[in-house]
Ligand binder design. Structure first.
Ligand code: CU
Length: 493
């Protein structure tokens, strides 16, 4: 309905204009062609002046009306240390261009009115005027020099690559998301190679570079206030642009050519919100979250400022600036991409899958020690050696089993009065004799390892029970896996 009414209005306006034109035409034939033309020129010149005034007033009024939404004014002062210098540069440019804008528009419309066509007036033909050419070339040239030199000085200040940053993070763009990598506890980002990119390793981190092991991928960008940040910026597919408008940070993300940007956030998200709350524009409910005010739901954004494809609008991330202790708390909750569960650790991509890192070994030993001590002190004298595993169908220990055999050896050393039986068990698959023999060989394997580590044979017994002592069902895979096990049973202490 509204559409039809609008359409009718447009049609009627067109009809009115055509009729007006006809009336003017008629009047001109009555009064004479020349008089009518002169009238028309005067009227149009005057209308041009009216347009000029309206246009200027609207320009100023809209700028005034929207001032608190614009970057660089009101609440949107820069949230980074260098941002102020870029803002003032921007304002200087705006000052000069605004003067030119106003003067040229006044001149354009005023002259169109003043020199409108009148009978007996001839246009002045001006072939060349050196003085005028010089003036209108020199003034913009000098102004431009001034602006460009100032710009270069500011640019060099912002971009000086001194390596004196407190934190270096990495932003990798791809259609249509950002991957943010933090260096982890060592403070250094590890090496990358596109050939290493897999489902588990979206950035192609090279795991043999140990700097990578603690690097983590973050959901949001979280940074402490007052620390200098260097962002390494790369792209995987097409050109993107790393844009943090509130921090006046903007840099292309180019496939194959890493770029960077330095900035020091100097306002926390919370402080910025508090400042916004002083402005009536932000005291309205947030349309996406009507329970909260606009200032309460405000967040700094990372956006892609390059039209990089159909999902370009989705390349957005929240940037949170916090106090340093909150930042440290957040850091300590992050899991590295290598160690994260369902991550790279112990997968086929892991170059260290046959070894344990000291922290892992220590954690396992602590668990084992607890189990051993509770067996010593409690009713249940059996400790399941859950990390002792064998090659499928055979009796050779897997690489990682050596750690738990060591833990057992350490506990036997700590408790010299303890004698144990090493008991091998299988599931019920296969023949009984085969299983008994297999479990015996497996128990013997652990027995021999302990002897070779210096445990006296008088403290050890080994026995294969085959499938006789299941601890779970043999009907399911999970149950059978539990039943295949090696135990250490304390027989005297
Ligand atoms: Cu993009």
């Amino acid at each position: 309905m509204t559409f039809i009414i609008i359409l009718l209005c447009i049609v009627l306006t067109a009809v009115v204009l055509v009729q007006l034109g006809k009336v003017t035409e008629l009047a001109s034939t009555i009064r004479g062609e020349a008089d009518a033309q002169e009238d028309l020129n005067t009227r149009q010149g005057f209308l041009g002046m009216v347009f000029l005034v309206c246009f200027m007033v609207f320009c100023l009024a809209s700028a005034w009306y929207y001032k608190n939404w614009m970057l660089g004014y009101g609440p949107h002062v820069s949230a980074s240390e260098h941002g102020g210098s870029l803002d003032s540069m921007f304002n200087v440019t705006l000052f000069f261009t605004y003067i030119v804008f106003v003067l040229t528009h006044i001149a354009l419309f005023y002259y169109a009115w003043k020199y409108r066509g009148r009978r007996g007036r001839k246009a002045l033909f001006m072939p060349h005027d050196t003085k005028l050419e010089l003036v209108w070339t020199a003034i913009p040239a000098i102004t431009m020099c001034f602006l460009v030199v100032n710009g270069l000085i500011a640019w060099n200040e912002v971009m000086g690559d001194d390596g004196d940053e407190d934190i270096e993070i990495e932003a990798t763009a791809q259609q249509f998301s950002w991957t943010i990598r933090y260096p982890g506890a060592d403070g250094a980002l590890g090496e990358k190679n596109y050939k290493h990119i897999t489902g588990l390793n979206s950035l192609g981190q090279v795991w043999t570079d140990t700097k990578n092991l603690d690097d983590f991928l973050a959901e949001d960008i979280v940074l402490p206030k007052g620390k200098k940040v260097r962002v390494r910026i790369t792209a995987k597919d097409v050109l993107h642009n790393f844009d943090l408008p509130h921090f006046r940070v903007k840099m292309d993300a180019i496939p194959g050519l890493p770029t960077y940007f330095y900035f020091t956030p100097n306002i926390t998200t919370e402080e910025y919100r508090q400042n916004l709350s002083n402005y009536p524009e932000y005291q309205a409910p947030d349309p996406n979250n009507p329970d909260k005010m606009l200032w309460e739901t405000f967040n700094f954004d990372l956006a892609c400022a390059e039209l990089c494809g159909s999902g370009h609008y989705a390349m957005k991330k929240v940037v949170r600036i916090v106090e340093e202790d909150e930042y440290n708390r957040w850091l300590s909750n992050q899991k590295s991409n290598y160690f994260v569960s369902s991550g790279v650790r112990f997968s086929d991509e892991d170059p260290y899958k046959t070894d344990l890192f000291d922290v892992e070994d220590n954690a396992r030993y602590a668990d084992f020690k607890t189990n051993f001590e509770s067996a010593l002190g409690g009713e249940n004298k059996t400790i399941i050696l859950d990390k002792v595993e064998f090659a499928t169908g055979g009796s050779s220990l897997t690489d990682l089993s050596r750690y738990q055999v060591n833990h057992l050896k350490q506990e036997l050393d700590r408790n010299p009065g303890v004698r144990i039986e090493l008991a091998g068990h299988t599931d019920s698959t296969g023949s009984l004799e085969g299983n008994i023999s297999l479990s015996q060989r497996r128990a013997d394997e652990v027995y021999n390892k302990l002897i070779s580590k210096g445990i006296s044979a008088s403290r050890l017994v080994s026995k294969g029970y085959g499938p006789d002592q299941p601890i779970d069902t043999n009907e399911t895979d999970a149950g059978r896996q539990k039943n295949r096990r090696t135990e250490a049973r304390i027989i005297s202490q």
